[in-house]
Design a protein around this ligand. Structure first.
Ligand SMILES: [Zn+2]
Length: 209
């Protein structure tokens, strides 16, 4: 019984992607919340193979592929939705990406913003473009990733003094579900709604590069 309860929790806590009516990803929620939203008719389940949308009772009676995740209840099993679509919400939420170490590594795509080399996170550090000793702030527009070599070369100097140039002007990235997804499981079925390069493409657009 213990095992069964734990299994139920696992599926319910897994992620589900939320799309708006224009099929744009706006949020990542849990299966638990997704089922509840569909049951309350706030959202419909998107069948990720056919892209048909389904009401709750329609969805639970559909023939589904063997890869389906199931929520096992005492009376019957309910297929766990992987993607749902809101029925009325059309806007993209105006969330701002919080300034965190993890989000900065995501924004700069693990790439040194001076030489353009991509490295493992351990080989990169956060550089203050205007050094802190000169009043530079710890913020989206003054922090970039730098490799060990470029960081040592720049040291406590300005770009001009160090003779270095940035690949692109750092700025606050627009919010994307991928920011909240960093480090979390992504389901293969989400790929057609959230291409792998979505985050970077959005960022390039925002910074005009
Ligand atoms: Zn570098």
């Amino acid at each position: 019984m213990e095992v069964a309860v734990r299994a139920v929790r696992t599926v319910l806590d897994q992620p589900a992607l939320v799309l708006n009516r224009s099929w744009i990803p706006v949020h990542v929620t849990t299966v638990r919340r997704a089922v509840s939203m569909v049951f309350q008719e706030v959202a419909r389940v998107v069948a990720t193979d056919t892209l048909q949308t389904h009401e709750f009772w329609d969805w639970v009676s559909l023939p589904l592929p063997p890869s389906t995740r199931w929520i096992r209840c005492s009376s019957r099993s309910i297929p766990a939705p992987e993607v749902i679509q809101l029925r009325i919400y059309d806007r993209v939420p105006a969330h701002e990406a919080p300034f965190t170490r993890r989000n900065l590594y995501q924004r700069d795509n693990n790439t040194c913003q001076y030489c353009g080399r991509r490295s493992s996170p351990e080989r990169l550090s956060i550089d203050h473009v205007v050094p802190r000793s000169r009043g530079g702030r710890t913020s989206w527009d003054n922090c970039v990733l730098a490799c060990v070599r470029c960081n040592a070369r720049k040291a406590d100097r300005t770009l001009h003094e160090a003779g270095l140039r940035l690949l692109r002007k750092p700025s606050r990235p627009r919010w994307s579900p991928y920011l909240s997804l960093a480090g979390h499981e992504r389901l293969p079925s989400w790929r057609r709604f959230t291409p792998e390069d979505l985050w970077n493409a959005e960022h390039s657009q925002a910074t005009g590069t």
